[in-house]
Design a protein around this ligand. Structure first.
Ligand code: NAD
Length: 493
């Protein structure tokens, strides 16, 4: 394990993301020796905190770690410095630059700087501009920018944001976070697809019937209505997480397992995403909001009755749709996606259903084989195949081969944020979103948004269900159905 030398400048050091995800992730890197003696973190936010108070906050954020001891947490937190900073005030960047230089010398950080924007997106451009104008970029070491989602709310705003940050950082220095790319099973998808000739050989339209991606949440909008009202399920989940999973499912085999080769095939996959007309978008996508219900004696409010939600809101809490690719190998294979809040249970999973064998040998008995990849909370996969019913002459029955990651091994594996920060420190962009992918996914989403703006129809669904009936009808058109129906007993249940 090589130790990385760096000064990390964190914008939004008092925020929720920093406490819940980033400090535990950095602690994980510290315990593994990837960050150890030669790093410092400058946390910035508006509040007038002292370094001591900030270090108490850091220690508090680590208490759930299984290796936590106060002594270890304090040793780690001693590398953290707090700078009260208004990101719109140019003078504050000068102070920040002086502190970064001082800490670079003190910790022998080799002139390397990692800038992490963990703030509301409307500040991203301002910060990038000031980093340039106040000359915060280190002259000798690396300069890398990690940037959180959302990256724009449509193509035009994403492009404007990209133009402003690329005035300071080159594409090779920008690490756009989509934490789904840091998840174990998302990364395992590539191994499954490309290290097993049996899947590689049949990953095409001759054998695949359809692909399905589900990102289900059981919770409602909680305290995020302010943001959610401006986003909705399509922008919040499909444009980024669902599309990134789709990229890994549909991309061709990379020439090598290098960031450049993987991004090249992923870029081609997104370029060949079939862009709908508005009429096609309206016909192939369904949106809905959760209604009210009483579940196990608890009253659940309808989305429109939630605090901070407009009573006539047209923000969808559920979306399902059919996506197509123009890649010759997978042309015509429907990729069904769905995501929503207040669904039956939290789970992210993908199913690839293979066409059943011709009826010649086994008649109607032969079912479609299916590969399901469980991304979270369960990690593993299931392969459903046709077996033979015991004792009965050549009659078939479906059998499921399960593999589930060992819970203890999984618990010791780095969390998504830990992997991603490690990748950024190593300069490995494999698991980050590049601009071309983003641009294309926004183009795709913009057409759907624009079709919806012309039609105020908003379906409702019952909390605890898997969305409105129309989401199933979408698949029925091709004679298919959602593979994951959570009332069924399955591995992920
Ligand atoms: P937050 O509101 O909890 O924190 C925002 C931070 O910005 C605070 O530290 C605040 O002090 C600072 N800040 C606000 N205005 C400032 C100013 N003018 N000058 C300096 N500092 C200022 O937000 P969050 O939930 O931590 O989210 C941060 C980013 O991460 C957002 O882009 C969000 O979309 C993204 N994100 C968050 C989560 C999460 O779990 N919280 C998950 C995924 C992505």
């Amino acid at each position: 394990m090589t130790e990385t030398h760096a000064v990390i400048i964190l914008f939004g050091g008092s925020g929720d993301l920093a406490r819940r995800k980033l400090y535990p992730a950095l602690f994980g890197l510290y315990k593994r020796g990837i960050l150890h003696d030669h790093f410092a973190v400058i946390g910035t936010a508006r509040r007038p905190w002292t370094d001591e108070h900030y270090r108490d906050i850091i220690c508090g954020a680590l208490e759930d770690d299984s290796d936590y001891t106060l002594a270890l947490a304090r040793a780690f937190a001693s590398h953290f410095y707090y700078q009260s900073h208004d990101v719109t005030d140019a003078a504050h960047y000068v102070t920040l630059k002086d502190l970064a230089q001082k800490l670079d010398d003190q910790y022998e950080a080799a002139g390397n700087r990692l800038f992490y924007m963990a703030m509301a997106p409307n500040f991203f451009s301002t910060i990038a501009e000031h980093i340039k104008s106040e000359a915060l970029l280190a002259p000798n070491g690396f300069n890398r920018l990690v940037i959180e989602k959302p990256f724009g709310h449509d193509f035009a705003s994403a492009k404007a944001l990209n133009d402003s940050i690329t005035a300071t950082f080159h594409e090779e220095q920008i690490y756009r976070i989509d934490h789904y790319l840091g998840k174990e099973m998302t990364q395992a998808l590539l191994a499954l697809r490309f290290a097993n000739p049996m899947f590689e050989a049949i990953w095409n339209k001759d054998y695949i019937q359809d692909m399905q991606i589900t990102l289900a949440e059981a919770v409602g909008v909680e305290t995020r209505a302010g943001y959610y009202e401006t986003a909705g399920a399509l922008r919040d989940m499909v444009q980024n997480h669902v599309m990134q999973l789709l990229g890994f499912l549909t991309m061709a085999k990379p020439a090598a397992m290098t960031p450049e080769a993987i991004h090249e095939v992923k870029r081609e996959a997104f370029e060949q995403l079939h862009l709908y007309t508005e009429e096609e978008a309206a016909a192939n996508f369904v949106r809905a909001q959760y209604g009210a219900a009483t579940i196990a004696g608890t009253n659940i409010k309808a989305y429109r009755d939630e605090d901070g939600v407009a009573p006539d809101s047209l923000t969808e809490t559920f979306v399902a749709g059919k996506i197509l690719t123009d890649q010759p190998a997978l042309a015509g294979v429907p990729i069904y996606v769905r995501t929503g809040k207040r669904l039956t249970r939290k789970s992210t999973q993908i199913t690839v259903t293979f066409k059943p064998v011709g009826t010649g040998l086994f008649g109607e008995d032969a079912k479609a084989s299916a590969l399901t990849i469980y991304i979270e909370p369960t990690e593993g996969f299931t392969l459903q195949i046709n077996g033979k019913t015991i004792g009965q002459a050549q009659s078939l029955m479906p059998e499921e081969l399960h593999y589930q990651h060992d819970a203890q091994v999984t618990a010791r594996a780095p969390e998504a944020y830990e992997r991603l920060i490690e990748n950024a420190l190593e300069g490995d962009q494999t698991n980050f979103t590049n601009w071309h992918e983003l641009a294309q996914t926004w183009r795709f989403v913009d057409v759907i948004e624009s079709a919806w703006r012309k039609d105020n129809t908003m379906l409702t669904y019952t909390p605890g269900s898997m969305g409105p009936r129309e989401a199933s009808q979408l698949l029925a058109q091709t004679g298919s159905s959602w593979y994951w129906q959570p009332t069924r007993i399955q591995m992920a249940d």
